[in-house]
Write a new protein. Structure first.
Length: 135
């Protein structure tokens, strides 16, 4: 077997990271606008990028998308470290490496699919974000 055959994790992982990266950038822009005292710019960022900032959680309450995705990203990072350890292991056989890598990749796909599903219901108005910030 070749490691490169097992190193891909799938579309859901790629979709997750694309959403996480965009959410992270938008959140950072919003934070910077507040930090620089530009409330008008912050409102503009919020209103134009609401779907990248807030999702409606399973409890029906607005939640910060970046925070939720960040937790998942940390878990994926840990799984990637485990995968790298399997790839570089000198004690595992080729078939053991393959089995472990396939299991880790499957876990990453499952976690990202779940995260994308849970966060798929997006806020529809700035009121959703205001409600979140007022809690």
């Amino acid at each position: 077997f070749t490691i490169s055959d097992l190193s891909t994790t799938g579309e859901s992982v790629n979709d997750f990271y694309a959403l996480y990266t965009q959410s992270e950038k938008t959140y950072a822009s919003l934070q910077n606008a507040f930090k620089n005292g530009s409330e008008e710019r912050a409102r503009e960022i919020r209103d134009n990028n609401l779907k990248e900032l807030v999702y409606i959680g399973p409890d029906g309450q607005p939640q910060l998308l970046y925070d939720a995705l960040g937790v998942v990203a940390e878990t994926l990072s840990d799984l990637k470290k485990e995968r790298e350890a399997a790839i570089t292991s000198k004690t595992l056989t080729g078939s053991e490496k393959s089995a472990r890598i396939q299991k880790l990749n499957a876990a990453m796909r499952l976690i990202t699919r779940r995260a994308l599903s849970i966060t798929s219901k997006r806020a529809k108005s700035p009121d959703d974000l205001r409600a979140l910030l007022e809690r």
